[in-house]
Structure formats: C-alpha cells, structure tokens
Design a protein around this ligand. Structure first.
Ligand SMILES: Nc1ncnc2c1ncn2[C@@H]1O[C@H](COP(=O)(O)OP(=O)(O)OP(=O)(O)O)[C@@H](O)[C@H]1O
Length: 465
C-alpha cells in the first residue's frame, strides 16, 4: 500500500471502494479496488478469484491488472485506470443525441474482442453491462469488473449461483437452465442495444414485467436508419434459446455483421481457430503459475491482527473517507425487502438516471445499500409473484442469484442464513444436462468431458498460505 498515494475515491460498489491512486515510483495513476475480505475461508477464496482471473486476462480491451495484495483485512486489486469512466455514464451524457454508427460498431467490436479473449479461456464474465465497460483516453473500450466471473469448466460454476444484473440477465438464468458463453452474449446484446438507442431493450415498470419481457425476448425494434446488419445481430443475440445465439467468435468472424466490425479491430485481435484451441484451455501448469503468482508474489498477508501494521494512512490520503461497514444481513427476507419498496418506472436510461434507478446501490436505507442483494432462485411464477411490488431500480444492481429451488423465502437476505456480504455457502450439485454434449458444441462452450479444475488447485494453494 505504501507504494501508492491515494488521490480520491472514485466510487463505491457493493463489495467496497474503488480508489484512484498514484504509483510513487512511476507517477502513473491506477484504480485500487478494496474488497472487504470475508472471514469464511471458502468465501475468502471466492473473493480472491477476481484478482486471479483479472491477472490472467491480458488484452487491449480488458482492464489491465497490475497487482493484488492483502492488507488490513482488505483484498486490494490494482488495475489500469480508464479515465473516460464507464459506458453507462457516457450513454447518459448523450441525452437524446444518438451515437454515430461508426462509434457503435467500434465500441461493440472492441467489447466482443475482449469477451472473446475471456471466453477463449473458458471464463464467463457474467456481469457484462454498460457500467462494467470502461472508456480510455483514446476512446477505446475495455471490459472490467471480474467480481462475478467464473470458470466454465468447473462444475461448481454452474452449481453455485449466477451473479448478474437483472436488466442484463439472459432468460435461461430466470428459467434455471444451464448458462454458458451465450449468456454473456445476451448481456452484450443489451449493451449494444443501449448504444444503438440510448435505452435499455427491456423497459419495464415492475420486476414482473421486466422478467416477462426478458423471458419473451420482447424489445422495441431498432431505429430504421441503423444498418440491416445491426438489426439482424440484435435479433440473433436476443434469441431465447442460447444455442441460437451466435458466440462472440462467430460475431467477429463469420456473422453478417463481421465485415462491419472487422475494420474497427487490429487484424490480429480476432483470434484464429488455432489460437482458440491453444488458448481455450488453461493447463494445470498454467493454473499453478497463476496461483503461484498471486499466492507468493502479490498477495501479502498483512492484516493488523497478525501484527503487521499497514494502516490505511499509508495511502497518504489527507482525509480518509469513512470506511464502509459490513454489517450482518438485514433481518427481513427478500420478499419483505422488495414488497415494502415502491415501484419505480424505468422507461429509459436517461430517466432511470434522474430517478436514481440506474445507480445499482441506491436505496434510502444506507444499511441496506451496503448489502449485496441476493435472492434464491424460484420457479418463474413464484418469483414473479414475489417480485410484484419490488423496487425496479434494484434491477440495475449485481445480484447473486441462487439456483436452488427450495424455499425462496429463506434466501441469503434472511437472518437465518445471513452472515456477511457473500451469502450462504452454496451446495454443489452437478447438473447432468449441463454436462451433456450439445448439438452446437462448435459455438457453445459447455464443460469439457475431463475438465482441468485448476481453480481447485488455486483454492488449495490459498488454503495453504
Ligand atoms: N478501472 C477503472 N477505471 C475507471 N473507473 C473505474 C475502474 N474500475 C471501477 N471504476 C469505477 O469505480 C466505481 C466503483 O466500481 P466497483 O466496480 O467497485 O463497483 P460498482 O461497479 O459501482 O458496483 P458493483 O461492483 O457492486 O456492481 C464505479 O463508478 C466504476 O465506474
């Protein structure tokens, strides 16, 4: 921590703060993301995954990882600072002025290039949304916030839960069906639609209407002046059956829109089939290297309880911001929380901003704001009735969606299970369907038959530290 000077707080997420810091040696600015470390070992390892996964992504359209370390009960991830801020903000700044087609194509091509890099490593982002896509000085875009990402070839990834933002979540998630790279494609479709219209594709005045619209894939058509290829692409990306959606690789290489996108990418950035095969799988050895790197070089255990004092003042903040408190779960179940909330219409991104509804964590209750919002997966009808009176502004926040079907009211927001920000320890159950080969294997990444569960190795290595 002493290597960085604290310049300012950029923002607060549900897990902690993001600070703008400056490296004392190089004078370069970075974002330092502080994540409150959970006490539970399993959850601790989960929190470290964001650092592990981000460290492995090296691509011009992914926010660059610098280092990660632990200090004072916090996991700190230092990453590239994207001075243009996030894409949601940029969209909101447009008011009613549409982006030009070339800009839309350029940004979308870059997002796809970043997503392709992730998917080639069999990692799912799971929380692609305009708020998690960042703009640089030179006007390019980068995917960020790997806090929800998971490794596809781990059976645990599916069994645990889905972490995503309701407005951007694909219908298969609500339907408790397997998710894969195509679920990220749906979310990217939402971002593309936002770029094309400055509005969200699934406008709704209630959760029920939002989920129904998503599950029906019902969205207003794009304006006529946009190229036919974009109309067609959006239609494809919003196919209800994930199998019918193109992968990002297809979008970039062999889709009708590819020709328009390619001119916006350096020729090498669409990875070839050979590269895909080579990159597609992280070897045991590579997994070890990641774990070694994070475990021994970057992650320095320096919690004050261990007697190593690295106080926050080492950021040299003239006036440190008050630390976010991580309280216990709110006493009420998700139903109570949602039922007592008022309905807020979100008829456009712009109006959503006015009502505060695009700010994921906005709530009158500061204590409530600090909690990560979650619910247990319920069958759609039950879920819909639960959400009847829910506050729609929450649908722009990242949720942990449990995929169990027992008693949705006993969700992680209920006192019985509540402990901290990460929800209950998930039960792991293999889903047979998900392990079955599918007809469109070429374009859909399900688990490999014999998967290399290097994440387990990483977890074990962390446990040894
Ligand atoms: N690399 C980055 N460059 C510039 N700004 C960033 C970067 N990473 C995060 N931010 C900004 O920092 C703020 C906090 O980000 P963070 O990812 O911690 O939480 P969030 O995305 O707002 O919420 P949550 O993760 O709970 O959904 C956001 O306003 C985000 O736009």
């Amino acid at each position: 921590m002493e290597r960085y000077s604290h310049l300012r707080v950029i923002g607060e997420g549900s897990f902690g703060r993001a600070l703008l810091v400056q490296c004392k040696n190089t004078q370069e600015n970075y974002v330092l993301k502080e994540i409150q470390l959970p006490k539970n070992q399993f959850k601790l390892d989960m929190s470290r995954r964001e650092a592990v996964l981000l460290s492995k992504m090296k691509h011009p359209n992914i926010v660059a990882f610098r280092e990660a370390f632990e200090a004072d009960g916090l996991l700190c991830i230092v990453m590239e600072h994207c001075s243009g801020g996030d894409l949601l903000r940029r969209i909101q700044l447009q008011k009613n002025t549409q982006f030009c087609v070339e800009n839309i194509l350029k940004w979308f091509a870059q997002m796809c290039a970043g997503a392709q890099h992730i998917h080639n490593k069999r990692v799912l982002h799971r929380d692609l949304k305009s708020k998690n896509i960042f703009l640089t000085d030179d006007g390019s875009v980068k995917l960020g916030d790997f806090g929800s990402a998971c490794v596809l070839n781990s059976s645990k990834a599916y069994a645990q839960a889905y972490v995503g933002t309701p407005y951007y979540v694909a219908p298969e998630i609500w339907d408790n069906k397997p998710y894969n790279n195509k679920s990220d494609v749906w979310s990217l479709g939402c971002v593309l639609y936002e770029l094309c219209t400055l509005r969200h594709p699934f406008q709704a005045s209630s959760w029920k209407s939002l989920i129904l619209k998503v599950c029906r894939g019902a969205y207003p058509p794009l304006p006529n002046y946009l190229p036919y290829e974009l109309h067609y692409l959006i239609k494809q990306m919003f196919k209800l059956n994930p199998k019918d959606r193109p992968s990002v690789r297809t979008i970039l290489t062999s889709h009708r829109v590819s020709r328009l996108l390619r001119s916006h990418l350096p020729s090498r950035s669409t990875e070839t089939e050979q590269e895909r095969r080579r990159l597609g799988r992280w070897s045991r050895e590579e997994g070890r290297k990641v774990a070694h790197f994070l475990g021994e070089k970057s992650l320095m255990k320096a919690s004050t309880t261990e007697g190593v004092d690295l106080p926050r003042s080492s950021y040299e903040s003239p006036e440190p911001e008050p630390r976010k408190q991580w309280g216990c779960e709110p006493p009420d179940g998700v139903l109570q929380m949602l039922a007592s909330a008022s309905l807020i219409s979100s008829d456009s991104l712009a109006s959503a901003q006015q009502t505060g509804s695009v700010q994921g964590s906005v709530s009158d209750d500061p204590e409530e704001r600090r909690q990560r919002k979650r619910w247990e997966r319920a069958p759609p009808e039950r879920l819909l009735s639960l959400l009847e009176k829910a506050q729609l502004n929450r649908a722009f926040s990242t949720f942990l969606i449990h995929r169990g079907d027992n008693n949705p009211l006993m969700g992680p927001l209920s006192q019985a299970q509540g402990d901290d920000t990460d929800g209950p320890e998930p039960g792991v159950a293999e889903d047979e369907d998900r392990l079955q080969p599918r007809s469109d294997d070429e374009d859909t990444d399900f688990e490999e038959e014999s998967f290399c569960d290097w994440m387990d190795e990483i977890e074990k290595m962390f446990l040894e530290h």
